[in-house]
Design a protein around this ligand. Structure first.
Ligand code: SAM
Length: 193
């Protein structure tokens, strides 16, 4: 990833169940809690205990590290196709990601993780503006897995309430960015950034 041009999206779907669960556990509303932590970047005592995160395209776990800083007690599961990256991830966090091809994953497997939030870091090669980048966008095979996930989302019984995605600047305004926005709005998500 080109660190100087990275963008982060936070997208959420309003669902009373998460708030109700947080209230029952004596926390402030999950939404307020998450928003506050997101903005301030500060650890809070009333962290959400049973918040489940699915890190897709986990690599060596940059998203894991970031999310644990704002939700220290959340449970993180990860998926990546690269076995070497998965070994490094295990070294970093003590848990080996599922070695799966996200081009093949189906909605019921995604449901089975029961995630409240997805963190996605899909391959940036289709969009990058570096000298090596061909900028093929949706025509690059490496964008297929993200498109496939967007196709599975509406089929899910228990879709995540929040999605965070990072990618390079060249992603914004392209075809796959358009597909992402369309898919999320069709599933009643709100684009926060
Ligand atoms: C931009 S990197 C991830 C960066 C990550 N945030 C980190 O901290 O390392 C993209 C990742 O997607 C994985 N990936 C690419 N195609 C995949 C696929 N079809 N299924 C699962 N993982 C895939 C790569 O192995 C790579 O680790």
């Amino acid at each position: 990833m080109d660190a100087t041009s990275c963008r982060i999206y936070c997208i959420k779907q309003h669902r009373p169940s998460l708030r109700a669960r947080a209230k029952k556990a004596g926390h402030q509303s999950c939404r307020q809690n998450f928003r506050f932590q997101w903005r301030s970047g500060r650890k809070q005592e009333n962290d959400v205990q049973d918040f489940r995160v699915l890190e897709l395209f986990s690599g060596i776990g940059g998203m894991h590290y970031a999310v644990k800083r704002i939700l220290p007690t959340c449970y993180v599961e990860a998926v990546d196709i690269n076995t070497v990256a998965n070994k490094v991830y295990e070294h970093n966090f003590g848990e080996r990601p599922h070695t799966l091809d996200l081009n093949q994953i189906t909605w019921d497997t995604l449901d089975s993780y029961g995630a409240d939030m997805w963190c996605l870091s899909p391959p940036c090669q289709p969009y990058t503006r570096t000298v090596f980048g061909k900028r093929l966008d949706a025509s690059d095979n490496r964008s297929r897995s993200l498109i496939h996930l967007l196709e599975q989302l509406p089929l899910m019984q228990r879709p995540p309430k929040y999605l965070i995605m990072e990618n390079v600047e060249g992603f914004v305004g392209g075809k796959v960015h358009g597909l992402l926005k369309e898919a999320l709005l069709a599933c009643s998500y709100q684009l926060q950034v």
